[in-house]
Each structure stands twice: as C-alpha cells, then as structure tokens.
Design a protein around this ligand. Structure first.
Ligand SMILES: Nc1ncnc2c1ncn2[C@@H]1O[C@H](COP(=O)(O)OP(=O)(O)OP(=O)(O)O)[C@@H](O)[C@H]1O
Length: 765
C-alpha cells in the first residue's frame, strides 16, 4: 500500500542526492577560486565583520560602543591565537594566515554539509528499501501461517520423570516422517501439525512457536495455549526452569531482540497477568496480603469490557510497561507466585486456574511524515490441568476448582471448534476465558494449541481425552484432513515461501547493518562539528583530519552511493516504477521542496530545484530567480551578489527594514541580507517582518508568471494569497535563516509582498 508513496520519496531523495553531488563540481570550482586569493578573502571577512559589529549599535539599544569594542577585541585575540596555532602546527607551510584559516573553516563546513547531505540521502534510501523488504517478509509469513492454518495444534509427549521409572509405557506410537500419534490399544490415529516426542527439548518447541510470535510483532493478535492433563508438562513448556527456559521467557527475549533489531519502527511493550479462577478474573500483578487468591472477595475481581469496535479490555487490570526482557521476566515470576496452586494426587504443585500473560505490542512508524501505530495482543496461556474428577478423588475446594477448569476448557473447545467450522455463531459467552480472548480468537488472529500428554499407560484415558480435544480443535473430525499428496505439495510451497522469507530476512539484516553504519557516521559527524564549533581542536583547520570512514560517503566518491541507488532501483519491480503522471507530480513536488545546495559567497543557500538548476547553469553563480534577467550594473541586488565594491560600501548603512526590502525584491539580496542579519542578531534568535508594494514583474520572479496571470483573467478586485518559504542558511557564521514571503495580489498590476525573516540558532548535525 505504501510502496508507491515510498518510491516517490525515494525518487525525490535520489534527485536531491544527485543534485547535491552535481553541485560539488560548482562548489569545488568556487573553492579553488577562494584558495587562489586568501588575502582578499580575509580582508573581506574582516571588513564585513567590523561593519556588522558597528551596524549592530543601531539595532539593539543595549549594544553600546563599549560592547562593540570588546567584541572586536575578542575576535582579534581569537584570530591571533588561531594564527599562532596554525603557524606552529603547519611550520613552514605558511598557512598561519588568518585569511587562509577562515577560508579553510568555510571549506571545512561546506565539506561537512555535503557529507551530511550525502549520508542523509543514503539513510532514506536504505530505510525505504528496508520497509519494502520487510513488508514482503510480513506478507510471506502471513501466507505461510495461512497455509499452515490460523488454528494450529501441536502435541508434546512428556518424558518419564525420575520417580516414574517403573511405570508402564508403550501404548503410544508414531510413524517417522508423519505428525501422527497412534494409540495402540484403541487403534486410533491422531493427526497434528507437529508432534514433539519425549526426547524433544525446549529449543525444538520454540523453533516451531517462533513464527507465530513474529506475526504478533507484525500486528496480529496471537493466542498460545498449553493444554493437557494435570502433570503432563504445560507449565514446563510455557515457563520452563532456569536451565531449560520455556516459551514465555524465550518469547520475551525474542520480542526485545526484534524490537532492537529494526530501527525503522519503534515498538513498545506492556505486560499484564491475570488468572481465571473458578470463573472469576484476578489480577496477578497486584500484591495481596495472602499469596493465594482462593478466598478473594468478589469486589476484587476484574470485569471484562467490550468496546464498540469489538476490542476486549479488562477494567482495572494492571498493565506494566516493560523496557527489557529481564524486567518482564521478573514481573512474570511475581505473577506466577500469586497464581493459585495446590497439591493434588496428580501433581505436587498443580495449577488450579488458567494463567494468562498478555503482552500488548504497540508498533509506531513514520510514513510520509505521518505517524502510524498498530497495537496487537500476544496471549500466552497456561491452562489449568484437565482431569477426571473421579480419578483424582477431589473433594471440597479442589473439586470445585477442577469442575470450573473442566467447564471453561470445554467452552474453549466449543469456541475453537465453531471457528474451525466457520459457524456464524461462536459461543464466546459460555466462559470467562473465552469472553476474555474473544478478540484474539478468530479469523484475523493466530491460535496455537500445545497439547500435552503423559507417556504412561496408567493415564491412557486422559491421554485419549486430550488427543480427542486436540482433534476437535484442529477440525480433523470435520473431514478437512488432506491427502498425503496434497500435504507434500503444501509442504513444498511452504518450504519455498520459507526460502523467500529467509532471503528477505537476510536482506533486512544487511540493510539494518548499513543503516546502523550510516547512523554511526552521522553521529561522528555531529561530534566532530560540535568540537569544531567549540574550538576544541588545536590543529589548524586546513590540516584537520576527518574521520576515515566519512570519506566513504563524501560527495567526491560519487560512484559508491550511486551504485547503491542503482542496485536498489534494480530490485524494485517494474510495476512500481513511476508513471508519466507520477513523474509530473514528482517534478512539481521537487519544485516545492528543498532539493539541493549551492555555495555562494561562502554561504550555503538551499533553494528550489528549478532555481538551483538555473543557478548551476549560470557561470557566475548568481542566484537570479528564473523570470528576472537583471544586469549586474543596473541592479544593486545582483551587484551585491557579484561583490560590487560600491555596493559593499553601502552595506555598512543597512538597517533590518532595508534588508527585508532587499530580500523581497531579489533572492540574491535575501542571501546577502541573511548574511548581514546573521551578524546583527548577535547570537540570539530574532524575527523581522516587512511589507512592500512592488510591481507585478517582480512578483513574477517568484511564483506567478505574467502569462499565467493574464490567461486566467482574474477579476480585478480578486485577492489571492501566495505563500512561499525559502530557507537560507549561513553555516560559517553558525546561523540558520528562514525567510517567508506572503504575496497578496490586490489587482493585476499591483502586488503587496509581506516578508518575514527568522534568524535562528544553528542546527547542529
Ligand atoms: N518435557 C519435560 N521434560 C522434563 N521434565 C518435564 C517435562 N514435562 C514436564 N516435566 C516435569 O513434570 C512435572 C510436572 O510438570 P508441570 O508442572 O509442568 O505439569 P502441568 O501440566 O503444568 O501440571 P498442572 O496442570 O497440575 O499445573 C514437573 O516436575 C516438570 O519439571
């Protein structure tokens, strides 16, 4: 769904990158020019600075001549110390000259900006590719799970325990290569999606459970149940022990691993734990005076609420945000200890309730500057043991508990069976357990039932009961069992899908690694720049070494990013490439966006794509707007940009309102204005506004062409507001300017331009 839009962004970004790289040639030339005459550069810088400091006195009342003198002194001393350090480190190279120092600074900053722009472009391309690949992986996984079935049933046969060595076994057999369990004495076969023999370990189980956990991260509601007779190993499978951790700790671990792994989306997790005990819900994360809740007052029980959209929630249930697997594991341990257990003649610590762990997964991601969030629930349920009450000789509370467990298990069986049959009515309301899981048991959800059986002959009746329950849950009795041939075909398709999924997994992994590398490089850049600004370095600027890795992405190494871009483009299916219409839209989009940079008078100006192209084609680097052709001799603004000495002299008398006026008339002047304004604002954020009435053709230079205007034949009195923003940044002086022009057209010939300029502190990369 988002692929085409992503590609739009991708293409735009590629255009930006390419423009940025192309600009290097222009910039490099300019740098060469700068390097040719460092004396002039330095002189110019000094004059500008002196003028700027003096002109500040007009602007802010608190700035006195004494202040101006002190600033001059500071600058002089900085200049001297810089020259000294430069000369001491460069020896006979002669680079101690402050002029060369300044221009080296400027070059360094320009170089830095180019590198950062290159890195940002790379990052966006990689992130888009990652999103595309990840969405393919999600689709394939969902397809695999659909093929395997939304409700899947595994069977685990427990090994004999150390105290059962003399027990009779051998009534259960399996045929190798099939997931079938045969009960010899009653000549019955039970088919499963997977059978774990007594020799299976926790790793084997989790390997099969893992894909369904992954689908919870992809936004599906998931329920994993451990079902079986008392003492057959449900808690062992779910919780495990210290040496053999079960599904719960492994799931928590995996969730956080996956969350850290993917840096393009952000996951947050919260954990709740409750038990269904004798038809009532108890919060297991609330500390009670007694650890057991067998004698809870009804008022302390939780109630289930259903929202209008069908989402189920539990009133007042504790929901703890979890930040890592360890913290989540501790909470789970705390909850387990509050669970109702007692000693029965089948199990010393028999669970007398259904224990439910709920992990709420919220996934947030940004797409085309919009934030999206999906929430899914992962339920890990350790069901109470199914038991034949006559066999356990239960009495009193234990009997009641056993009955309640059996009733709710039977209700769960009915719900799953109705879902398997795709019946219009699903009897969720028959027990608290099914009411609670209503929104997580259904067509859009994934359900996994792990049925546990005992290997002992003595338990054969319970084993057959459990296996029959499992068959019902699996829908085997509906005759949906497929032939061996179909099964093989299905297995082949699933294997192929797994192969594809692995390819996407590998691709995602390598893309994530690349993203990490680029982010690390950008981080290094930030540190480097902040050090540069703080003047931490003792080395002369010209000889300062940039990080070695940075050269990998510097604009000079054009081939590297381009190769990556090409390879990414090649991996995009043909149908996803832009159409003529989308290319048109794209061009229009580019004109609205800041797509490149142009070095000018030592300042970096970000302009629209169209303007940039014209500026690039222009030999003198003049940033004239497209429709206005003004000769330097006749136009003061253009002349300023061409460093006309006459105009340079005039600058000393500029005031903010004059600058705004200039800025409105001509973008090049705006640049100049921003440069001066930057000095005027003296390190503080400042905002200036101005208004000017000008002739139509000046406005045409901005957005409205004369022809278009005439063609449309607008009524004379009609008013139109045009907004355009232009970002000007002046890195060497450490300031960032944002200029906004509001053009109010009152009639065909006369226009009013409102202009505001904000000078803000530098943004550090
Ligand atoms: N696969 C296994 N490997 C080793 N030991 C196991 C295995 N399955 C179960 N056990 C052991 O069997 C005993 C009973 O297991 P567990 O308590 O998990 O059963 P249960 O089904 O949860 O019982 P209840 O329903 O009464 O809570 C435990 O001591 C457990 O360590």
């Amino acid at each position: 769904m988002f692929l085409s839009s992503d590609l739009k962004v991708l293409d735009c970004e590629l255009a930006m990158k390419m423009t940025s790289y192309d600009d290097n040639d222009v910039d490099d030339d300019e740098e060469d020019d700068d390097a040719e005459d460092p004396e002039d550069d330095a002189e110019e810088e000094r004059t500008c600075l002196a003028e700027a400091i003096d002109s500040l006195l007009d602007v802010k009342p608190e700035l006195t001549p004494a202040w101006a003198e002190s600033v001059r002194q500071i600058l002089r001393s900085t200049d001297m110390s810089s020259s000294a350090s430069s000369s001491s480190s460069s020896g006979s190279s002669g680079s101690a000259d402050p002029a060369s120092h300044t221009s080296a600074w400027r070059r360094h900053d320009q170089h830095h900006d180019k590198v950062v722009a290159g890195l940002e472009g790379e990052l966006l391309v990689l992130k888009t590719a990652l999103r595309v690949s990840n969405s393919h992986r999600c689709q394939i996984l969902s397809r695999v799970l659909d093929l395997k079935g939304n409700i899947r049933v595994f069977c685990r046969v427990r090994p004999l325990l150390s105290n059962e060595r003399n027990a009779r076994v051998g009534h259960l057999t399996t045929t190798p290569g099939t997931d079938t369990i045969k009960v010899v004495s009653c000549r019955k076969d039970f088919q499963f999606d997977k059978v774990f023999l007594p020799s299976s370990v926790q790793d084997d189980v989790f390997l099969e459970v893992e894909p369904i956990i992954r689908s919870a991260l992809d936004g599906h509601n998931v329920c994993i149940f451990a079902y079986g007779q008392t003492g057959t190993g449900k808690t062992f499978t779910m919780e495990g022990n210290k040496d053999q951790p079960g599904v719960v700790p492994r799931t928590l671990q995996r969730l956080f691993e996956e969350a850290c792994f993917d840096n393009t989306v952000s996951y947050t997790f919260s954990l709740s734990m409750l038990e269904v005990y004798k038809g009532r819900l108890h919060d297991l994360l609330v500390c009670h005076s007694s650890t057991q809740c067998t004698d809870y007052p009804a008022s302390k029980c939780l109630s289930i609420q259903m929202a209008s959209d069908g989402c189920i929630d539990v009133d007042n249930l504790t929901e703890m945000p979890i930040l890592d697997a360890k913290e989540a594991g501790n909470l789970y341990q705390q909850g387990s200890q509050s669970r109702s257990t007692s000693c029965t003649n089948a199990n010393e610590t028999s669970s007398r309730s259904h224990c439910l762990l709920r992990i709420t997964i919220t996934c947030t991601y940004v797409l085309e500057n919009h934030k999206f969030a999906t929430t899914s629930k992962l339920w890990l349920v350790d069901l109470g043991g199914s038991e034949r009450l006559s066999k356990t000789n239960a009495r009193g509370i234990t009997l009641e508990e056993g009955k309640a467990i059996n009733v709710s298990l039977s209700a769960l069986g009915d719900v799953i069976s109705a879902l398997q049959r795709k019946q219009p009515h699903v009897p969720y309301r028959n027990s608290k357990l099914t009411q609670l899981l209503r929104d997580s048991l259904g067509a859009q959800s994934k359900t996994l039932m792990l049925v546990h059986v005992s290997p002992k002959v003595k338990d054969i009746r319970e084993t057959v009961c459990s296996l029959s329950f499992a068959s019902r849950a699996r829908g085997t009795h509906l005759g949906c069992e497929i032939s061996q041939k179909r099964k093989r075909e299905k297995a082949a398709v699933i294997a192929e899908l797994y192969r594809l999924m692995n390819i996407h997994n590998d691709e995602c992994q390598s893309l994530r690694a690349s993203i990490k590398t680029i982010e690390a490089l950008m981080e290094e850049r930030k540190v480097l720049l902040s050090q540069t600004i703080q003047g931490n370095s003792d080395q002369p600027v010209g000889s300062r070494n940039l990080p070695v890795q940075a050269s990998f992405f510097t604009p000079s190494s054009k081939t590297c990013p381009q190769t990556l871009v090409d390879s990414l483009k090649a991996s995009i299916p043909r149908f996803m490439s832009p159409t003529a219409s989308s290319r048109h839209k794209q061009r229009h989009f580019e004109q609205q966006q800041i797509v490149g940079s142009q070095s000018h008078l030592g300042y970096t100006v970000l302009k629209t794509g169209q303007l940039l192209k014209r500026a690039r084609n222009s030999k003198n680097g003049n940033l004239k707007s497209p429709k206005t052709v003004l000769k330097p001799a006749n136009n003061p603004h253009t002349a300023i940009s061409l460093q006309d000495p006459e105009i340079q002299k005039k600058k000393s008398s500029w005031t903010p309102s004059m600058m705004i006026e200039e800025m409105i008339k001509e973008p090049a002047a705006a640049l100049e204005a921003s440069k001066l304004e930057d000095s005027l604002s003296g390190g503080q954020d400042s905002h200036f506004e101005g208004e000017i009435s000008i002739e139509k053709d000046v406005v045409d230079t901005d957005r409205l062409s004369t022809n278009d205007w005439n063609k449309r034949q607008r009524p004379k009195r009609m008013e139109k507001m045009e907004k355009s923003s232009r970002y000007l940044s002046s890195y060497p002086s450490g300031r960032m300017c944002r200029v906004q022009r509001k053009v109010a057209v009152g009639c065909r010939r006369k226009v009013t331009v409102k202009c505001s300029m904000t000078v803000t502190k530098r943004i550090l990369y």
